[in-house]
Design a protein around this ligand. Structure first.
Ligand SMILES: CCCCCCCCCC(=O)SCCNC(=O)CCNC(=O)[C@H](O)C(C)(C)COP(=O)(O)OP(=O)(O)OC[C@H]1O[C@@H](n2cnc3c(N)ncnc32)[C@H](O)[C@@H]1OP(=O)(O)O
Length: 185
């Protein structure tokens, strides 16, 4: 038996407001890849999304993802899971501005328009607020330009974790490297 998800990314109205860290990268700063082999942003990944993300004002991030033949589901069209990855990446980039390590707990995606190969998606993410360790966020992707038609939308919950999440469960990562990832964009 396959159990359905038990949670929702819908949030209450009384979240703690998002606080941009005083040492967050300035709006307009291109955020570095957090890991060279990351399928979302890593320059070493052979078929990755090669996303470039930029800090925005408040707790917002923008990014671009150009859909190639490596990202197809149906012929000539982006795979929905790949599009969810692009949303996950730009939403995850909010951690650079919050300076808190966090992982995706829940990612809800609406697919509104097909995304053809050759499209450059203009992605945007915004932190909505916090409830304890839960960070609520929303994101979207528009076709080709920041004011193009909306193709995808997301609501997400990220969960703030300690460095041990990465050192105990991951590979080849020391606590010092996680600290770098947390504080040195
Ligand atoms: C700057 C770098 C940019 C990075 C971009 C990267 C983008 C990609 C990001 C990812 O894809 S991360 C990889 C995918 N995610 C994971 O692998 C996470 C796997 N899940 C876990 O490791 C654990 O389930 C998790 C850390 C999320 C929670 O386990 P814990 O034992 O630490 O917490 P716990 O279960 O006690 O829950 C803590 C709080 O979070 C809530 N929570 C936990 N899981 C949740 C969930 N799935 N959805 C919503 N809320 C969740 C939970 O209800 C609770 O809320 P309250 O404190 O208010 O009671």
């Amino acid at each position: 038996m396959i159990e359905p998800p038990v949670r929702s990314a819908a949030h209450r109205a009384d979240l703690d407001p998002p606080e941009r860290h005083p040492e967050a990268p300035a709006p307009g700063t291109v955020l570095p890849s957090h890991y060279a082999d990351c399928v979302g942003c890593g320059p070493n990944h052979p078929t990755g999304l090669r996303m470039v993300t930029t800090a925005g004002p408040d707790v917002t991030v923008t990014g671009t993802f150009t859909v190639t033949a490596a990202h197809q589901g149906a012929p000539g069209l982006a795979h929905g899971g790949v599009l969810a990855t692009a949303l996950d990446e730009v939403l995850g980039g909010l951690s650079w501005l919050l300076r808190k390590p966090m992982v995706t707990g829940r990612l809800e995606t609406d697919y509104i328009r097909p995304v053809p190969v050759g499209t450059t998606l203009a992605l945007a993410a915004r932190c909505v607020g916090f409830s304890g360790r839960r960070m609520y966020a929303k994101g979207q992707g528009r076709l080709d330009t920041p004011d193009g038609p909306i193709a995808i939308r997301a609501a997400a919950v990220f969960v703030v974790v300690g460095v041990e999440h990465f050192t105990e469960h991951g590979a080849d990562m020391t606590a010092e490297q996680v600290h770098d990832y947390e504080v040195n964009p």
